[in-house]
Ligand binder design. Structure first.
Ligand code: HPA
Length: 245
């Protein structure tokens, strides 16, 4: 089964015919929200709102382990995550969709692994390619079918937030090769890998990153909200198509 993890602007899927909801208990505490089971175009899908249904959980307080564990435990094999980002590279504009192919993790202080030692033996997972090639390909094909433009490459810089970055921090990330910046991509992707769940992300560009483009002096929150609202229709259409691929 495919799961969609919705981020800011996507706290529910309008095309999802809801069958039932389930609050899952996990060894890691409570997931961000109930799992919402349903169908899109006759295909089973489960939806999880990363920031809770009322959008009350900030990126650094999301219980990423509980979310991924709950999905895996209920039979999810693939996770398509939706996350808003700032554009570091000027190849992307606000409103664009990007399928990142790599990431750099700058987060700190988050519970970031299931392999925490204790009574378990030490485990290291391969993370050379953090996103599933198959799921990315499925998204690319879906975008073609739906006539939606999506950038097929991006290097996602994961930051802790909730504050936005300084211009110098963005310059540093650019020197590291990152082209996008967001607050929720990690440890989500790594936890999915640890559980053997295929993971890909649709990054929704909602602003130019700090110090770049129209954010040269400051980042406008009003604009972010406007861009997010208008881009979500595109994201919903893309998800509809991905489910049917
Ligand atoms: N920085 C970090 N996270 C973000 C941004 C940003 O500029 N925009 C949306 N999420």
């Amino acid at each position: 089964m495919l799961a969609i993890i919705g981020g800011s602007g996507l706290t529910r899927l309008s095309t999802l015919a809801v069958a039932h909801r389930e609050v899952v208990r996990t060894p890691y505490g409570e997931p961000s929200s109930a799992l919402v089971y349903g169908q899109i175009a006759g295909r089973d899908v489960v939806f999880l709102a990363r920031h809770g249904h009322g959008h009350a959980i900030p990126p650094h307080k999301v219980n990423y382990r509980a979310n991924l564990w709950a999905l895996k435990n209920r039979g999810v094999e693939s996770v398509l995550a939706v996350a808003s980002v700032g554009a570091i590279s000027d190849q992307y504009s606000p409103g664009d969709l990007v399928l990142p192919h790599q990431l750099v993790d700058y987060t700190h202080g988050r519970e970031h692994t299931f392999f925490d030692g204790g009574d378990r033996k030490v485990v290291h997972v391969d993370f050379t390619q953090p996103y599933s090639a198959q799921l990315r390909e499925r998204c690319m094909q879906a975008a073609v079918s739906a006539g939606i433009l999506i950038h097929d490459r991006g290097i996602y810089a994961a930051v802790s937030g909730p504050r936005l970055e300084t211009a110098a921090e963005i310059d540093r990330m650019a020197r590291d090769g990152a082209t996008l910046v967001g607050m929720t991509g990690m440890p989500e992707a790594a936890l999915a890998r640890e559980l053997g769940v295929a993971y890909a992300a649709i990054a929704v560009v909602v602003n130019s990153a700090a110090g770049r483009g129209e954010s040269a002096q400051e980042i406008s929150m009003e604009k972010i909200v406007m861009v997010l609202e208008s881009a979500m229709d595109k994201v919903r259409s893309l998800i509809d198509q991905v489910v049917q691929q």
